[in-house]
Design a protein around this ligand. Structure first.
Ligand code: ATP
Ligand code: MG
Length: 408
């Protein structure tokens, strides 16, 4: 059996495939692939990996040491659909068959099923199907008792024959898809300690946005673990743009809750006023942060402040466009993404807001809210919240800087 596995592997490399960029015009595609390569380089550089790159049509080939680690890092880069560790060889059938067999031998034994997925780029010689059948026969003849199953095989081996040579691989590690980070401009994400807003942040990153996070710290009105949990969400999200530092701006919203309490604002209006305040503060920071939109994890009907009527009242306080990536998601769908991206925390601690009333208003009346806010001098409070800020920088899953009392 060993004889049939002796093919010439020239090199082991990591192949990344990108998706939607194909839909773009040539100059835009070139720009986006440039950004994708820049992001890959930065992410690998952040882990101390030096690599060499080639970009044949539709693929990025990455040569360097530690292909397993390279594959894991690149599978977290936005724009990438999947990643494979490939053995590069000649386009000769003998070499391709031998390497395919060498991958199959440790994985397959009698009674198991397999499939060969072959793709050829050019038009001479065997076509893709014939190539697959030839290589399949080689595996079949050398490992006794196998079955071919093209639908749900126990083992798959992939062959690509391209103008530069042959690639053989057995695994496709899924990437996040989307567009390269940095191709769509910057957004300011209202990031909380909860489950939704980290997912919203990840989804806009996935569509190519650079992010700045904004967290409003309600001080003694917030649960004991809220600030630490929000900072941890920020830290975890930085793993998705490795090599690029991400800022979290922390603003103090405790005076807002104190003012609502002093002025005996009906508790049922607190949630709507709180959410309006966040958008008010965010809108004031947009220009300074270079952001083009504000992002929230709001979701239709999830809580009382997110009825359709209240979402309108809340939006009225923003001067910036609002993006709500989760507006139609079921909570289960959001949780599934949160688990996959690593932001879900099963034991989040004390995150309870002390200001939430038993019966929040589900249909606040804008005129009434405006009047209450005027009595509270809300714009003065919002301007005040923007004057003393704390900045927390996260890079590659680590908090790197945390400096207080910075004036914007
Ligand atoms: P999440 O919605 O992220 O799970 P949550 O349930 O605590 O957090 P909601 O009351 O649903 O928050 O608030 C809706 C949105 O308002 C959040 O998704 C987030 O974008 C924003 N938000 C809530 N609390 C804060 C905060 N303390 N700082 C910044 N943004 C916040
Ligand atoms: Mg929520």
């Amino acid at each position: 059996m060993a004889d049939g596995t002796r093919g010439t592997v020239q090199e082991t490399l990591v192949m990344a495939r990108y998706g939607e960029l194909f839909l773009k015009s040539e100059p835009v595609k070139r720009h986006f692939i440039g950004m994708l390569l820049r992001n890959i380089r930065k992410a690998l550089g952040a882990s101390g990996l030096e690599c060499r790159y080639e970009t044949p049509r539709g693929r990025i080939l990455i040569y360097g040491s530690e292909p397993e680690l390279v594959a894991v890092i690149v599978s977290r880069i936005f724009g990438i659909i999947d990643v494979s560790i490939c053995h590069r060889t000649s386009t000769d059938l003998a070499d391709l068959s031998a390497i395919a067999l060498s991958l199959a031998v440790p994985r397959l034994h009698a009674g198991m099923s397999f499939a060969v997925r072959a793709k050829r780029q050019y038009k001479t010689g065997l076509n893709s199907q014939e190539l697959g059948m030839e290589i399949g026969s080689h595996i079949y003849d050398n490992i006794p008792g196998l079955k071919v199953d093209l639908d749900t095989p126990d083992f798959e081996v992939f062959i690509e024959v391209r103008d530069f040579g042959g690639l053989v691989y057995e695994r496709r590690i899924p990437g996040p898809g989307g567009l390269p980070w940095g191709t769509q401009g910057r957004v300011l994400v209202l990031l909380s300690a909860g489950i939704d807003s980290p997912v919203a942040s990840w989804l806009v990153m996935k569509r190519g946005c650079e992010i700045t996070h904004l967290y409003l710290d309600a001080g003694r009105w917030a649960g004991a673990d809220v600030t630490a949990a929000a900072i941890d969400n920020h830290r975890k999200l930085s793993l998705w743009c490795a090599g690029n530092p991400v800022s979290l701006v922390v603003a103090n919203s405790e005076p807002l809750f104190d003012r609502m309490s002093e002025q005996k604002v009906q508790p049922r209006y607190r949630c709507v006023i709180c959410k309006r305040f966040m958008l008010n503060v965010a809108s004031r920071m947009m220009a300074h942060e270079g952001a083009l939109a504000v992002v929230t994890g709001e979701n239709l009907g999830q809580v009382a402040s997110q009825t359709l009527a209240n979402l309108g009242v809340v939006a009225d306080s923003a001067t910036a466009p609002i993006l709500r990536p989760l507006i139609t998601y079921d909570k289960e769908d959001t949780i599934t993404i949160a688990r996959r991206i690593g932001t879900f925390d099963a034991t989040p601690g004390d995150l309870a807001c002390r200001a939430v009333p038993k019966m929040p208003a589900t249909a606040a009346v804008l005129e009434e809210i405006h009047e209450l806010e005027q009595q509270m001098a809300i714009d003065e409070l919002a301007a005040g919240a923007c004057t003393t800020l704390r900045f927390v920088t996260a890079l590659d899953g680590r908090i790197t800087e945390d400096h207080s009392d910075h004036q914007p």
